[in-house]
Design a binder for this molecule. Structure first.
Ligand SMILES: Cc1cc2nc3c(=O)[nH]c(=O)nc-3n(C[C@H](O)[C@H](O)[C@H](O)COP(=O)(O)O)c2cc1C
Length: 352
């Protein structure tokens, strides 16, 4: 079992999954602080980097003190362009380049990126090789088990990427055709790890909802790292609990939500095209709306969560958020009867 990715010896086997619209700097920092060993960015477009549009540049922002190592996930289908984008990422501080080879969304696959790379292992390998040679950084990749049931080629992908010098390989064991339906097939992870041996680390992913699930994945599949996505939504403490730490008290939960919110406000900055003299509500509204989903996830599994969720949808100013968070979370206790697998995720955002 390896804890090493390139030159980085990671402190434990627990990794936050890249999640578009979620794994922005403030959430990654929360996860790192709670104990996650690696938190890649959400997928960032190579083309977007070339155009340096504001939105893409926002994805690159990171906290170099906390985010160690800082892994940037890129998507694109053209090896040379990907190498150039990775060089730009390196200039922005990326220490690991991760390549998205799993995104099922048409907008992404149309250009030969994301899960379309599963249909062309040689090109996928070339992307890894060219980025590695251009940047000198460790290059990781994240795949699905295949394009569809008839084409589950994860072993072939592992061979091509291994030959190209991949530093670690994450697998979400659903096909592109499955999207998020059905169960993640952990046998794929077991098979992949047995096939690859110690050549490079395997990061298992898919349907890890609890601490027990994560340990079970590690033990049954023998993978080197476990990557957690939806199970960490509103629950960065899962990383601490995985290392034997305690669940949060209501006071700690409240303090963390407020800290996350404050860092999110700074990260988002004031609304664009709104003059500075406009009322605070107008300037804060975009950041507040974007944070509503986090509030709903933080409330998940607590008594009174659904009423809180409804109330949160009416909030429009930072002051109201702070007030509502203090009112709800300081007294909120765990509802043991709440379902654990009801993720409440908008799958239009679930790009992986
Ligand atoms: C909202 C959302 C956004 C996602 N965005 C990305 C992404 O940007 N890059 C990626 O490789 N995977 C992405 N994924 C896929 C996850 O990284 C992960 O593979 C998937 O959620 C399965 O893991 P889980 O069962 O632990 O959630 C996304 C998933 C969700 C739910």
């Amino acid at each position: 079992m390896s804890r090493r990715i390139g030159p980085y010896e990671l402190r434990n086997p627990w990794v936050l999954a890249p999640m578009a619209g979620v794994s922005e700097q403030p959430f990654r920092v929360m996860a790192f602080r709670a104990g996650a060993a690696l938190c890649p960015t959400e997928l960032v477009s190579a083309q977007g980097l070339f155009h340096a549009n504001t939105r893409t540049l926002r994805y690159l922002r990171h906290d170099a003190e906390v985010e160690q190592p800082y892994s940037l996930q890129l998507f694109g289908g053209e090896p040379e362009a990907m190498a150039r984008a990775a060089m730009m990422g390196k200039e922005f501080g990326a220490q690991i380049i991760d390549i998205n080879m799993g995104c099922p969304v048409k907008k992404v696959t149309r250009s030969g990126s994301g899960s379309a790379l599963l249909c062309d292992p040689a090109r996928a390998g070339l992307i890894v090789r060219m980025i590695r040679e251009a940047t000198g950084l460790p290059v990781t990749a994240k795949i699905r088990s295949g394009w569809d049931h008839q084409n589950r080629n994860f072993l072939q992908m592992a061979d091509a990427l291994g030959e190209a010098g991949v530093a670690a390989l994450a697998v979400h064991p659903r096909t592109r055709a499955q999207g998020y339906s059905g169960k993640a097939d952990w046998n794929v992870i077991t098979e992949l790890k047995a096939h690859v041996g110690e050549k490079f680390p395997i990061i298992g992913n898919g349907d890890v909802k609890t601490v027990a699930d994560a340990h079970r994945m590690l033990e049954t599949t023998r993978c080197d790292f476990v990557m957690i996505g939806r199970g960490a939504l509103g629950n960065p403490w899962i990383f601490r609990q995985l290392e034997g730490g305690a669940a949060p008290t209501p006071a700690e939960r409240c303090a963390t939500v407020l800290q996350h919110f404050r860092e999110h406000l700074v990260f988002c900055g004031p609304a664009r095209n709104v003059p500075p003299e406009a009322p605070a509500v107008k300037r804060e509204l975009p950041a507040v709306s974007q944070f509503r989903k986090h509030l709903a996830w933080y409330a998940h599994g607590l008594y009174g969560a659904s009423a809180f969720r409804n109330a949160v949808n009416q909030l429009d100013s930072a002051a109201h958020v702070v007030e509502a968070v203090e009112r709800f979370f300081l007294g909120a206790n765990v509802d043991a009867a709440a379902p654990t697998d009801d993720y409440d995720v908008d799958y239009r955002q679930a790009l992986g």
